[in-house]
Design a protein around this ligand. Structure first.
Ligand code: SGN
Ligand code: CA
Length: 546
């Protein structure tokens, strides 16, 4: 350590999903070139990183040269989605290749614990001869299994001087509480000095350095960034301070015809905290969250770091409380503060991704390593007036996904991949690329065939995606809902204390402002989508999921 997808006909869908489910590892498998080196996997996943804030996806806001380079030297998935837009569940989908109702981790609450003893991607890779490691945020209960080495943040973790839970004996215990389910006799918790994104990177590079170099490896680098409350590394504190960000088209959404959207509590204007989220410290009347920032977050920074935060935020804070803006002006002011802080955090994330690529380059590993960059879900950057995620609407059901691909191993595809993909596909993809069998109970499909050649994308046999969000009651008050997304339409059902169906024609209404569920001109499409959603629920054994 240095110091830290119009709609297919019902029969087509049924046969489509059937084909996908029957896919095997050997089908169309890349014949390894004799003497070729085995494939290594570097999977980098951040937290809450919206595709809007990656220049490879969206040039309106910021520049992310290192993430863009991964896409340039490989592929950018333009239709990439999660199955459940919330941390622990999303990570469980990724690790198991199964929807939430099958892997058991339906929401972030530890009352719905992830059963670590189930089949997972790292266990399968390890059994197949891979050396495996995971560093950073996993947000699942208990001790990670299937890794030769791991160091995880307790829960969300901290941006500064973060504690990590590590296998016992790796470091000295320093008294941090362990998450529910952790076998305390098997772990140590230790606080590291520095900024979390740097520390996770350094720990990852340290592991690469000391790994058994005779074996292929799979390294899972899971960043805390860019989770709320967006605390920048000191070197990025001044960045973007002179920038005014354009508000997105739907910033002033009135949620007409969408009661669940109206009932959320993730409004920048109403729910974003001036002190906790936006770091305005001279608040005469801080909220509970504000007090937590003052004592629990800002309060535990080192004096030198506090001074650097003060030099940026205190003049802004004093000016704000002297003449606080109101109404829409306040919403726009908060939006800009939010965008700046979030962008600063992405600067560090992108830079650290660059360090990992550089290490792989220096150690002659780029030719036999796939580097994946994704996030545990998308995020609202002011669209609909929001921050956070959870909804099946585009900004949060989507997630960025780029892959730097080793041409030397036959992965010659470059540019955009436009097939609908979902995070349950990662596990079967990596197993397939590693030449390992894909267990039949995995629900995702291997994307490997999409990565081989340029030209028409092979049909993977899946015409629609299933989505289900469960965390209600819960923070931000997003109602439970499930639905289907095709390349053109989306149908979703909010249930519980709200019982409302919503349907969108994404071609005519990409911002999902007009709910056409009751529009007679869409009656035929709606009947088809309803049948297809039923078909998907049966296919995924989700008929009883709620
Ligand atoms: C925390 C945040 C929420 C966020 C959840 C889940 N509140 O509870 O804003 O939606 O995490 O995020 S905070 O006051 O603690 O910042 S997730 O990415 O882990 O699923
Ligand atoms: Ca997240």
């Amino acid at each position: 350590m240095t110091s830290h997808k119009i709609l297919c006909v019902a029969g087509a869908l049924a046969s489509a999903v059937g084909t996908a489910g029957a896919q095997s590892a050997t089908k169309g498998a890349t014949k390894a070139t004799p003497g070729a080196r085995p494939l290594n996997i570097v999977y980098i996943m951040s937290d809450d990183h919206s595709y809007q804030m990656i220049s490879a996806y969206d040039q309106r806001y910021i520049s992310t040269p290192n993430i863009d380079a991964l896409a340039r030297e490989g592929v950018r998935f333009t239709e990439s989605f999660v199955a459940n837009s919330i941390s622990g569940p999303s990570r469980a989908c990724m690790l198991t290749g199964k929807h939430s109702h099958m892997n058991g981790k339906t929401n972030n609450e530890s009352s719905h614990q992830f059963n670590q003893s189930q089949q997972t991607l790292p266990k399968l890779l390890r059994a197949g001869g891979y050396q495996t490691a995971m560093i950073g945020k996993i947000h699942l209960d208990g001790v990670p299994q299937g890794f030769d080495h791991w160091a995880i943040l307790p829960g969300q973790g901290d941006y500064y001087d973060p504690a990590f839970i590590v296998p016992r004996g790796m470091h000295l215990k320093n008294g941090y509480s362990l998450p529910n389910g952790t076998d305390a006799s098997a772990t140590d918790t230790i606080r590291y000095h520095g900024y979390v994104t740097n520390i996770i990177t350094e720990m990852s590079l340290d592991w690469l350095e000391q790994r058994d170099k005779t074996k292929p490896f799979a390294l899972f680098i899971h960043h805390k960034a860019a989770h709320r409350d967006w605390m920048a590394d000191t070197v990025d504190l001044k960045a973007y301070e002179d920038r005014t960000f354009p508000t997105p088209e739907t910033f002033d959404d009135d949620y007409a015809g969408r009661p669940a959207a109206a009932a959320q509590e993730m409004s920048i204007l109403k729910d974003m905290d001036i002190t906790y989220d936006l770091k305005m410290r001279t608040n005469p009347n801080p909220s509970g969250l504000g007090k937590y920032y003052l004592h629990g977050i800002y309060g535990r920074l080192e004096e030198g770091i506090k001074a650097k935060f003060d030099s940026i935020y205190d003049p802004l804070s004093r000016a704000f409380f002297e003449a606080p803006p109101t109404g829409r002006a306040l919403a726009v002011w908060k939006y800009n503060r939010y965008m700046r802080d979030y962008a600063k955090v992405i600067n560090s994330l992108d830079r650290n991704i660059g360090r990992v690529v550089e290490y792989l380059r220096e150690h002659d590993l780029l030719d036999n390593t796939i580097i994946v960059y994704t996030s545990d879900q998308g995020f609202y950057m002011g669209e609909h007036g929001w921050f956070d995620k959870r909804f099946m609407y585009e900004e949060s059901m989507r997630t960025p996904l780029v892959m730097r691909l080793p041409a030397a191993l036959g992965y010659e595809r470059r540019g955009d991949v436009t097939t609908l993909v979902q995070n349950i596909d990662y596990a079967p993809t990596f197993l397939d690329m590693a030449g390992l069998p894909i267990p039949s109970d995995i629900q995702g499909i291997s994307l490997r065939r999409l990565l081989l050649k340029n030209g028409k994308e092979p049909d993977l046999g899946r015409k629609a995606l299933y989505y289900h969000f469960y965390e209600y009651p819960g923070e931000h008050a997003v109602r439970r809902h499930y639905g289907i997304r095709t390349t053109r339409y989306k149908l979703m059902h909010f249930y519980g204390d709200i019982d409302k169906w919503e349907m969108y024609d994404l071609k005519k209404d990409p911002n999902e402002l007009t709910n056409v569920f009751d529009d007679p001109s869409y009656a035929k499409v709606r009947r088809q989508l309803e049948r297809d959603l039923d078909g998907l629920r049966k296919y995924y054994k989700a008929e009883n999921a709620k």
